[in-house]
Every structure is written in C-alpha cells, then in structure tokens.
Ligand binder design. Structure first.
Ligand SMILES: [Zn+2]
Length: 249
C-alpha cells in the first residue's frame, strides 16, 4: 500500500523507451493510444520528467514521434514554465523540514555538510562538483533519522515491532510497505513540513496493522498523527515540486 506522489506519475515506465533531448536534458517520451483522439497531442507532466504523446492509433506513433520533434520549442517553453531543476549548489535554496534553506560554501576544513537550522543555512565544504551529491547524501541521512524516530513513535503507539526502514528516491510514491518487508520512504520527505513526513510515516505504520484503506485504517492513521487532511492536501498540491531539487541523475 503506497502513498502515491501523483496520480499520473509512474505510468507507462519500464523498458527503456524513446527520449527527446531538450536543451541538454533527455526526457522520456510515453505513447498513449486514444481511439477518439482527433489528432496527436502532447502533454508535459507536472515536474517535467516525461512527455506524453497521445495518438488515435498505434500506427500513428511514427507521426507522433515526428510531431514531438517538431514541437521542441513548445516543449522547452513548457519546461521553463514548470521550472528547471534546482541542483544542491552554493547560492541555491530549497525547503528543508518545510523552511526555505540557503546552501553556502563552508570554510576550508569544515565537515562535509553542516546544517544550521536556526539560520536556515546549509554549509557544504569541498569541491563544488561534489556539492550536489554531498547535500543529497546528507538529506537522505537526515530523512532516515527523522523517519526512524516517527516510525518508532507510531509503532510504539500500536504495540508493533519496529520494521526495517528503507529510504530511496522513488518517482511515484512517498512511502510504501508490504506485509513482511521493510517500510520504504522517499528521502525527499525531509524537504516537506514535519507534519507531512509524520503523516506518511503514520500511514505506512498503520498498514502494518491494516493492510487496506478501510475506514478502520483511516481511524488508525488519525489516532497516530493529527493533521491528516492538511498533509494529504500538501502532498497533492506541492509534493511534485520536491522532485525539482537535486541535479538530474
Ligand atoms: Zn496506503
């Protein structure tokens, strides 16, 4: 059972498909057949990670590819409007536990990454080409720590054993769990406000007791975390924006 990051994310992925290179970025193309489509249409997804081309029939896919090639300028404009990626580099800022945080170069000899939460400042040392990876590693560890604490609290409340915790970078979900396997979360939750991370932790822990989305499950989630509605609304409206941060990999 998963907390999905967007209703459309993750559809049609899998085998390596065609890509369109727009200003140095390879963007996967997804083809969809829609029998009632009168013409070929293009859609750039919410965080600019894919382009969906809809055609009236499978035979039109060749035309669809050519159409996407011709519409490169339009696609580039759409991507610009959505907002280009924001790598973790000195001078850039990003949300950390919901507060806009500035990245700055640390003085020589400092720890790789120092987080001054009171000043909303993240200091990164070393060569600039390593900064993005260093910050990402730091944020992944911070996410793991915060999630471990919240999962621990929620498991204690339900008298459950604390399961193994996995922190990854999935495209289509914030958290997931299987009956016996570990609980899995997106490190990007560390950028969201704390009540959002707490909600996702509570949602997945509640699935250890109720492997469904029944009224009993929802009652359980509400008993663990106070701002369920707010957190769900936040993820729906702003969650996709968290995928803009960090250099493309
Ligand atoms: Zn669920």
């Amino acid at each position: 059972m998963a907390v999905k990051s967007s209703p459309r994310a993750g559809q049609g992925r899998g085998a390596e498909g065609p890509v369109l290179n727009i200003e140095g970025r390879d963007i996967p193309l997804r083809f969809k057949v829609h029998a009632r489509a009168r013409r070929i249409t293009l859609r750039v997804d919410a965080h600019g990670s894919a382009i969906t081309v809809t055609a009236p029939s499978r035979r039109a896919f060749g035309d669809a590819l050519a159409f996407a090639e011709r519409e490169r300028a339009w696609i580039a404009r759409r991507l610009e409007r959505i907002g280009a990626r924001i790598p973790f580099l000195p001078g850039n800022s990003f949300p950390l536990r919901g507060s806009q945080t500035v990245i700055a170069a640390a003085p020589k000899g400092s720890a790789p990454v120092t987080f001054d939460e009171a000043a909303s400042l993240l200091l990164v040392s070393g060569r600039v080409e390593h900064a993005d990876r260093r910050v990402r590693d730091f944020l992944t560890e911070l996410a793991r720590r915060d999630l471990k604490v919240r999962v621990g609290v929620h498991c204690a409340a339900l008298s459950l054993h604390v399961p193994q915790l996995v922190v990854r970078d999935p495209k289509a979900r914030w958290g997931s769990c299987s009956a016996n396997g570990p609980l899995s979360f997106s490190w990007r939750l560390i950028m969201a406000p704390e009540y959002v991370l707490d909600y996702v932790a509570a949602h997945e822990v509640a699935h250890l007791a109720e492997m469904n989305h029944s009224p009993r499950f929802h009652t359980l989630v509400k008993s663990l975390t106070p701002r369920v509605r707010c957190a769900e609304a936040w993820l729906k409206e702003k969650g996709h924006l968290l995928h803009r941060y960090g250099a493309a990999r």
